[in-house]
Design a protein around this ligand. Structure first.
Ligand SMILES: Cc1ncc(COP(=O)(O)O)c(C=O)c1O
Length: 383
């Protein structure tokens, strides 16, 4: 179906931070499959885990114990500070699990029409519940009736949440940095203030770390920078480095809301996906990798600020780790094709924000090349 328009190029091979198309042209990929291939393409540890598991057991269903699933669950529990995990096949499905936890958490307390507070410009997925949670009418248009029980308030505002709350409120669901919404970084106190508010009201704090998780911002999860723990955290994208897998992790009361029969997935957590993700997580746990993400992010952000901050037409340059956005005062979708012609893969989100999500493994030279090329293209575009 025509969900993505007609692609301009066909990719046939990937190695490190580079993709090769069917004409043999190579591209430095500053998008990593939309924040998925954090370890780069054809990473040997991922390839080995995937091929060994494929030769051992691809699938057996969740009716049976699955060793790599148990190991991955334990690793994610250690990293995240959560107690339990539900494995899905995508980000949207991880969020569906989180939303079901929030609703049943409310129902169990006698709240018959539970309400989840979400934010404007958020993105939580394309299924009916997650597009209803998404704060963007473009994603929702044509799909009414939406799933009820979501309200949308201004991002980075505690007052807006307080004003929207009522006796039906059961949870607040936000991205620690809004990705699709334009790489919007909230104030340093936002997550801490959200944690305090949820604690004082008895609401669940649900963090959607589908894009920010798995090292993208220089920490395994972005909330670790704030020193808080959510009640529920969802992740996907970088977890499998390209093999479809998502996870909904929860702690405390939230971890015990779902009981046998309440939720499930045929493929979620299957041996192939979890063995691969286990190899990915083992790589991501190496401190030098997250350090590299933080350092290369600072390098790119620094170079972009140096060259573009005073440029008329550039309204903001922001980000954390290797999640970087350059906001222009006008729509700039054509920069994607111009960059591709120059051998660089980027993305434009929210119409006017150039978004960079390169692999966490990029080298100094690759990072500098990304910043230089983006600078040159934006200057030419604005001139
Ligand atoms: C923050 C966030 N949540 C949810 C999703 C949906 O994930 P998926 O496309 O794997 O369903 C995305 C995808 O871009 C995302 O960035």
């Amino acid at each position: 179906m025509n969900t993505y328009g007609t692609p301009a190029v066909t990719m046939i091979k990937g190695e490190g931070a580079f993709l090769t198309d069917s004409e043999g042209r190579r591209y430095l990929d500053a998008l990593s499959g939309i924040a998925v291939c954090g370890l780069g393409y054809s990473h040997p540890a991922v390839t080995q885990a995937l091929s060994e598991q494929a030769a051992t057991l691809i699938h057996c269903s969740n009716l049976y114990g699955i060793e790599p699933q148990q190991k991955l669950g334990a690793a994610l529990r250690d990293i995240s500070g959560m107690d339990k995990v539900f494995f899905s096949n995508s980000g949207a499905e991880a969020n569906e699990a989180a939303i079901k936890i929030a609703r049943k958490f409310g129902q169990d307390k006698g709240i018959t029409a539970p309400q989840v507070i979400c934010t404007q410009r958020s993105f939580h997925g394309r299924t009916m519940a997650t597009l209803s949670a998404t704060g963007n009418s473009k994603i929702q248009t044509g799909f009414a009736p939406l799933v009820s029980g979501f309200v949308h308030v201004e991002y980075d505002s505690i007052e807006a949440i307080e004003a929207a709350a009522n006796e039906h409120t059961v949870a607040v669901m936000v991205e620690p940095i809004q990705g699709e919404g334009g790489v919007r970084v909230p104030s340093d106190t936002y997550l801490n203030a959200l944690r305090s508010l949820c604690d004082s009201k008895g609401w669940l704090l649900i963090l959607d770390e589908i894009q920010t998780g798995n090292g993208r911002t220089g920490r395994y999860f972005a909330y670790q920078q704030a020193g808080i723990l959510p009640d529920v955290v969802t992740t996907a994208k970088g977890l499998g480095n390209g093999v479809p897998i998502g996870a909904c992790l929860a702690k405390g009361q939230a971890a015990n809301v779902l009981q046998p029969g309440n939720h499930g997935s045929t493929f979620g957590g299957n041996p192939l996906a979890t063995a691969t993700a286990l190899a990915v997580v083992s790589e991501l746990r190496k401190p030098e990798l997250l350090e590299n993400a933080a350092n290369q992010g600072e390098r790119i952000l620094g170079l972009l600020k140096q060259e573009l901050a005073s440029c008329a037409g550039v309204t903001d340059i922001r980000g954390r780790g290797l999640m970087i956005g350059v906001e222009l005062d006008r729509d700039c979708g054509e920069l994607v094709a111009q960059a591709r012609e120059a051998g660089l893969l980027i993305n434009v989100t929210a119409g006017n924000v150039v978004r960079l999500l390169p692999p966490l493994t990029i080298t100094d030279d690759e990072a500098t090349h990304i910043a230089d090329t983006v600078t040159r293209l934006i200057k030419a575009f604005l001139s």
